[in-house]
Design a protein around this ligand. Structure first.
Ligand code: BMA
Length: 253
């Protein structure tokens, strides 16, 4: 029980990486609070597993959600800024509303959740914030201008939090490659040839496969533990080697 009696808040915790984190932290003994905009029909309700409806892009909703959390729990040990949205388009193809939506959810949402969790973490003199960014904070695919820009900015947010709230609060960015999540499948489904795009995703990774949400959750769990207490402000890739390759033909091995 690595997280017995700890409290973790996870944005976008009903699906993908967020849901994998919710499950792992719950299984390890934590009180889990999932923030999301819609509760899935099959959302499990168990003791110590709470759903809080919240659009993290709206300051008022985030304030209300955190004041409700604070009235139920006297501490927040971990905040996992996981909620994310991806819209395809180059700069000239991206509408102003898509640009705003991508920045509101990925970046402003993380800022607002951190802003509301930090005062309690500072008063506890302890806390960890994990920002789920992307390998696209380092390298970019074609036609995801808003997403790659917002994810890159998350690394600045990570550094700012790490610097301004040390030594009490650690903040670390996790940068996944393609992960088997609804966000990735929904994005790929928009393409006229989804199977080819999925194969391209597989081929981009040196592992010849995409990642699983549970693999990212395991990294996040480690980063939250005291064992990782010397890691802060850093951006850690979990991308099957995607971020290190400049391509080229493969030699037989
Ligand atoms: C993720 C998402 C995925 C993409 C992956 C690797 O953050 O953008 O759709 O496959 O990065 O580029």
């Amino acid at each position: 029980m690595r997280f017995k009696d700890k409290t973790v808040v996870i944005s976008g915790g009903t699906k993908g990486i967020g849901a994998a984190c919710a499950t792992l932290f719950y299984d390890e003994g934590a009180n889990v609070i999932v923030l999301d905009i819609e509760k899935p029909f099959d959302f499990e309700t168990k003791a110590n597993w709470h759903y809080q409806n919240c659009n993290i892009a709206k300051g008022e909703e985030v304030r209300e959600a955190f004041s409700s959390i604070k009235s139920k729990f006297d501490h927040i040990d971990y905040l996992i800024n996981n909620a994310g949205i991806q819209k395809y388009g180059s700069v000239t193809e991206t509408s102003e509303s898509d640009w705003d939506l991508v920045f509101d959810v990925n970046l402003k949402g993380a800022f607002l959740c951190a802003q509301n969790a930090l005062p309690l973490m500072v008063s506890q003199k302890k806390g960890v914030i994990i920002n789920v960014a992307s390998v696209q904070a380092f390298v970019s695919q074609q036609k995801v201008a808003a997403y790659t820009t917002a994810k890159t900015a998350m690394l600045g947010l990570t550094r700012s939090i790490a610097i301004d709230y040390a030594p009490y609060v650690r903040c670390v960015a996790v940068c996944p490659g393609t992960i088997n999540t609804p966000m990735v499948h929904d994005s790929i489904a928009l393409s006229p040839n989804p199977d080819e795009v999925m194969q391209e995703c597989v081929d981009m990774h040196l592992t010849n496969r995409i990642g699983e949400p549970t693999e990212v959750a395991e990294l996040i769990a480690f980063l939250c533990e005291d064992k990782a207490s010397f890691i802060t402000g850093e951006a850690i890739r979990i991308d099957g080697g995607l971020g290190i390759s400049i391509g080229g033909s493969k030699k037989d091995i």
